[in-house]
Design a protein around this ligand. Sequence first.
Ligand SMILES: [Zn+2]
Length: 147
Amino acid sequence: MITCPKCGATAVNFVKLWPSALTETKDTEGKTQPLTGVFECRECKTKFRAKVHSKKKEKQQIVNVKNSVEKIRDLRDDLMQTLRILREKIQMLESEKRNLLEEVETLRKTAEARVTILEGEVNQMRQEVKALKELLSSNNTAPAQKS
Ligand SMILES: [Zn+2]
């Protein structure tokens, strides 16, 4: 287990790994090849070297972990970007919705004002028609409009 020398965290990112030539064993099967690695602490970002007395299989595991970490990092970057784009889109849509609501409200008020004006005009015209009818029926003997 590799731990950070500064804060003791075990969550470390793998940076680099190579065989430590000085202590390389003559193991023909290459089972116990000591390795030197550079790691970065995920907690405090300290970079440090550590010897990894591991079998080749474990070295492969470290490489796999490295690949997984990179994949996860990529996925996380993608996710962050997607979230950022979505957030911007939502903000844009919300501001557009606000603008549209304001516009609808303005149009509604304009339409209402026009209805009020038209109602006034129609009422006035009705009264004029009524006045004309009264005028005609009192001045004219011809009962032209009786209904
Ligand atoms: Zn640390």
